[in-house]
Write a new protein. Structure first.
Length: 248
């Protein structure tokens, strides 16, 4: 059985201390996951720090472990930012889930011209809550110590200002001519990928992003759904940038 990971605030625990996981996570661990005494679990704060150790006691609302190991996820040299266009149904949340599992650092919801879904003020708060919950659950499933930041929805005007601050930025498009093999990829800094909606990006959006410094990028010989395009692009970036960093 895969070792369970839970998320909780941590207050500078030390090896040999005991830590009680309570609240919603504690109840989930005790009654849903049915964690038992003797099992080893990991608890992370979602910001790169974690503890690991055997469970020494349980009740209906909490589990207590002995801290056997302190865990730290260092700040990565490359930070991935995904601009995810809003999509209907559960496709946006599927995108958030998969991007989190593969290791994205920040997810930026974007109301593109062709997004069928519109986030009003009230709806934005509700939908952001769902995106952030999805990111937390995917973090636990993938056993990562960091939960990606899910920002408030960003208008196109702010995205255009964000692009120049990146080490490199890509806009995914099926008519792009260049694949990642053609780019000199950075070995550190911030990398941005822009993922359009199901209806695709408008010509004006692509032109505006390119004018701001983004590069059109081809990631497949077919047209991918918005829910899968981002994870394919990020997987390719990680593979290529790992090779670049290993080679230099």
């Amino acid at each position: 059985m895969t070792e369970a990971l839970f998320l909780s605030d941590l207050h500078a625990p030390q090896v040999g201390d005991t830590f009680t996981l309570d609240g919603d996570e504690g109840r989930h661990a005790a009654t849903v996951r049915r964690i038992r005494v003797g099992e080893t679990i990991t608890v992370a704060d979602g910001a790169g720090t974690g503890i690991r150790g055997p469970v020494v006691s349980t009740d209906k609302a909490s589990v207590t472990l002995e801290v056997a190991e302190l865990l730290t996820a260092g700040i990565p040299p490359i930070r991935y930012h995904a601009v995810q266009a809003l999509a209907k149904g559960d496709r946006s949340e599927l995108a958030v889930e998969m991007l989190t599992e593969i290791g994205v650092d920040r997810i930026i919801p974007w109301q593109s011209s062709r997004s069928v879904v519109k986030w009003t003020h009230d709806r934005q708060e509700r939908q952001l809550g769902r995106w952030r919950t999805t990111a937390r659950e995917a973090t636990k499933q993938s056993r990562r110590l960091r939960v990606p930041i899910v920002t408030a929805a960003m208008p196109t005007s702010e995205l255009l200002e964000l692009i120049p601050s990146m080490a490199i930025a890509f806009v995914l498009h099926e008519t792009a001519e260049m694949t990642l093999r053609r780019f000199d990829l950075p070995t550190q800094g911030d990398v941005l990928i822009i993922i359009g909606p199901e209806g695709g990006l408008t010509d004006q959006e692509v032109a505006d992003f390119v004018a701001a410094g983004a590069h059109p990028l081809l990631i497949s010989d077919g047209v991918l759904r918005t829910s899968t395009a981002g994870v394919v692009a990020l997987a390719q970036l990680q593979a290529f940038q790992h090779r670049v960093s290993k080679a230099k």
